[in-house]
Design a protein around this ligand. Structure first.
Ligand SMILES: NC(=O)c1ccc[n+]([C@@H]2O[C@H](COP(=O)([O-])OP(=O)(O)OC[C@H]3O[C@@H](n4cnc5c(N)ncnc54)[C@H](OP(=O)(O)O)[C@@H]3O)[C@@H](O)[C@H]2O)c1
Length: 253
């Protein structure tokens, strides 16, 4: 059996939400490297331009769509616009909102915003894309969860709850679409060195070093590129007998 027939993504189109930077950008570049036509996404037009250029420079094919996924119906609209470019074989649900607050400090507005981006747009996108993938008898959904979906911290109480709910949704839909060869799994990172953590890392480098040294068994934050191999696996033929699962990439937790 050739490696290409197991992990190769030639002929597949992947939409990666929130791929203008961070984990989403690394995954989009990785999927493109495996041969997929990639549709990038960020909040504002042009936000994924640098990633698009990098993919094209490396011989890949990439387009860009923009939308704010906190808006009602934005997830459904994004799928419609992506399907107008090409049928979506692979959906990576990566964009998310994270507002740090212990429960007593959580405002209704902050809760509503995280629910809208992390859960509302996920429901929207799945409602729209899953029947289309089922009709084509091939689909992969990679939902980016978090170690917090299983081991929540108080400071991210609402965010963690949305990540747990997102995985629960992935599991119910994995069951419903398994016989259509539409497979849904969660890739759950631990702490990864991205813009999301920049304020903490850059504001207190010594505190950050101490935090990462004791956070996991490897004693360091992960890099976005370290998410790519598992993302390719979950997007490919290689995961043909796996659905409704979570893959944890945490450095040992
Ligand atoms: N970093 C970590 O330590 C960590 C740990 C566990 C799980 N995760 C998960 O991994 C995923 C990526 O995290 P990251 O650290 O790479 O994030 P990031 O660096 O903060 O980037 C977030 C991405 O999502 C997009 N985005 C944010 N809000 C959006 C909205 N309302 N509508 C549309 N797009 C939006 C951003 O677009 P713009 O560039 O246009 O703003 C950007 O592309 C998230 O699901 C996160 O929950 C991260």
């Amino acid at each position: 059996m050739r490696l290409e027939s197991v992990f190769g993504l030639k002929g597949r189109t992947a939409l990666v939400t929130g791929s203008s930077r961070g984990i989403g950008a690394a995954i989009a570049e990785g999927l493109a490297g495996a041969g997929a036509h990639v549709i990038l996404h960020g909040i504002k037009p042009g936000s994924a331009a640098a990633v698009q250029q990098k993919i094209v420079d490396n011989g890949g094919v990439a387009e860009e769509l923009a939308s704010d996924l906190s808006a009602p119906g934005a997830g459904r609209d994004l799928i419609d616009r992506a399907e107008a470019i090409a049928p979506i074989d692979i959906l990576v649900i990566n964009a998310s909102a994270q507002i740090n607050a212990v429960l007593p400090d959580l405002t209704p507005e902050d809760l509503a915003f995280q629910l809208a981006v992390n859960l509302g747009s996920t429901v929207d996108m799945l409602q729209s894309v899953l029947p289309r993938m089922a009709a084509r008898k091939w689909g992969r959904v990679v939902s980016i969860g978090s170690v917090n979906q299983l081991r929540p911290k108080s400071i991210v109480s609402a965010y963690a709850a949305t990540k747990a709910a997102q995985h629960n949704l992935i599991q119910s839909q994995a069951r419903d679409y398994a016989r259509d060869n539409v497979l849904l799994n969660t890739l759950a990172p631990g702490l990864i060195d991205t813009d999301r953590n920049a304020h903490r890392r850059d504001g207190d480098p010594d505190g950050w070093a101490e935090y990462t040294r004791t956070l996991n068994w490897m004693g360091r934050a992960g890099q976005p590129e370290e998410m790519v191999g598992a993302a390719i696996f979950l997007s490919s033929q290689a995961c043909s007998f796996m659905t409704g699962e979570s893959v944890f990439l945490t450095g040992g937790y």
